[in-house]
Design a binder for this molecule. Structure first.
Ligand code: 5GP
Ligand code: ZN
Length: 113
């Protein structure tokens, strides 16, 4: 999608500090990390956010969680971590391409729920 920063990262047009890539998914370090480990896992195909997940595209979400489980081991997050997807204005979403924050590497202290 034109003018989508994460589509540009997925295509390689904008560089990123990649930790994982396959034909459907890419994962890279967040530019402004909220914890010692802060990785974003995104589908290469543009989906705006959780509101756009449906019967046709939900397979990618299952795959993303397989990748998250793999990365949690690779990044040595066995002690614990959090997965977050912010959605729309009230959720604080700032990039409108579906992404899952994988946050850990230390004790996380802001517990929202
Ligand atoms: P959101 O606020 O939509 O939940 O998350 C967007 C995240 O993308 C933020 O944590 C922000 O730091 C990160 N981000 C925004 N632009 C870039 C970029 O160009 N490169 C990387 N690696 N992260 C970015
Ligand atoms: Zn996009």
């Amino acid at each position: 999608m034109k003018d989508c920063i994460f589509c540009k990262i997925a295509s390689g047009e904008i560089p990123s500090n990649k930790v994982y890539e396959d034909d459907q998914v890419i994962a890279f370090h967040d530019l402004s990390p909220a914890a010692k480990v802060h990785v974003l896992v995104i589908p290469k195909k543009h989906i705006a956010n959780v509101m756009e997940i449906n019967e046709e595209n939900s397979g990618i979400v299952a795959h993303i969680f397989e990748v998250i489980a793999y990365l949690a081991k690779e990044l040595k997050l066995e002690q614990g971590f959090r997965v977050v997807s912010n959605c729309n204005e009230f959720g604080g979403q700032s990039v409108f391409h579906l992404h899952f924050h994988l946050i850990g590497g230390e004790q996380l202290d802001v517990k929202m729920c």
